[in-house]
Design a protein around this ligand. Structure first.
Ligand code: NAD
Ligand code: KPL
Length: 303
């Protein structure tokens, strides 16, 4: 059975190349005729792993192609996910599985609402990849992909296909707490790196600020994701800051490139959910206000 992958960006390329190498039939879905023509002109996707680049002529098509879709990996940014699924909803088979690779929270629920008959699984990924040019991606960091069904239910039968293709992935019955925990890590690190214009390691000089944010994020996690998801948050945040001290956070990279951020699905989602639950989290709200202001001052969307 074909895998359909929407978006030929960083993570989509990582997944597409490994599935193709393992002999699974794949179709990339590109946005429009121009993107399809540009892709065909390049002759495929190029992935660089451990300094070695390989090219893969994976077939590509438009959202309007006729073939029904049974397995879809939606690998776009959170703010593009709803529009992307709208363009494909008419092609989804009645028993379709849709893997949602978006960071943060909010987009997954919105997508599931738009395709109520599909089984939408969420993925929380700690792999790292970036685009060095159009259709050329560098695999920059090893990691893990946690897959789970927010509505419960068993792991899909095709999970071993992913593992067999060398995609590091593991099923979890608690995907929502995992997504919440990653969201909290991102909220404690990414906005501050933008406001202070620093690498992750720069936050080691701002321990008290990080500590106040972690205390509020811990309250939020306890309330929305359970006590276990909240355990040791500040210690983990400090470990991540140390381990990634020389990196720029993904949000800092987006801002440096003057690209839209996923704020609405990270800090924005945290603040909105806290308000809905009657939690008073002033440091997070202040952080959000300052970040939005900074984004606006740079001419970027603040949501
Ligand atoms: P990306 O920007 O590299 O790729 C997204 C691709 O989707 C782009 O090529 C874009 O043109 C395409 N796209 C968007 N809407 C489309 C549509 N309607 N039709 C066809 N194509 C469409 O993004 P990415 O880095 O792969 O990130 C995807 C998600 O994974 C994000 O939520 C990100 O936060 C998360 N994530 C990324 C990494 C990483 O290392 N890159 C790691 C963990 C999580
Ligand atoms: O995921 C990250 C990001 O930059 O988006 C880390 C490294 C955890 C920093 O928040």
């Amino acid at each position: 059975m074909n895998w359909h992958l929407l978006g030929a960006g960083s993570l989509a390329t990582l997944w597409a190349v490994r599935l193709a190498r393992a002999g699974h039939p794949i179709r990339l879905i590109l946005r429009n005729d121009d993107r399809l023509a540009a892709y065909r002109a390049k002759g495929g996707l190029t992935l660089t792993e451990q300094g070695r680049a390989t090219s893969h002529a994976i077939p590509a098509e438009l959202p309007s192609a006729p073939e029904p879709i049974s397995r879809l990996l939606l690998a776009c940014k959170a703010y593009d996910a709803e529009q992307a699924i709208d363009g494909l909803a008419h092609r989804l088979a009645s028993n379709a599985d849709v893997l949602l690779l978006q960071n943060g929270l909010g987009s997954q629920q919105a997508v599931q609402t738009r395709v109520p008959d599909a089984r939408c699984l969420s993925v929380s990924s700690t792999e790292g990849a970036f685009r060095e040019a159009d259709f050329r991606v560098v695999h920059a960091g090893l990691g893990q992909n946690w897959l789970g069904d927010p509505a419960g239910g068993p792991p899909p039968a095709w999970l071993d296909q992913l593992q067999g293709a060398g995609i590091p992935c593991q099923w979890t019955p608690t995907i929502l707490p995992r997504l919440w925990r990653k969201l909290a890590l991102n909220c404690a690190i990414n906005p501050l790196t933008v406001l202070l214009d620093c690498r992750n390691g720069g936050l080691l000089a701002e321990r008290s600020w990080v500590s106040i944010l972690c205390a509020e994020l811990t309250q939020l996690l306890e309330h929305c994701a359970g006590a276990e998801a909240a355990l040791g948050l500040e210690e983990e945040v400090l470990r991540v800051i140390q381990a990634t001290a020389s990196n720029y956070s993904s949000m800092h990279q987006d801002v440096s490139r003057r690209q839209r951020t996923e704020i609405a699905y990270l800090l924005g989602y945290a603040c909105t959910t806290a308000t809905r639950h009657g939690l008073v989290l002033p440091a997070l709200n202040d952080l959000e206000a300052h970040l939005r202001q900074r984004l606006r001052s740079l001419g970027l969307p603040d949501s």
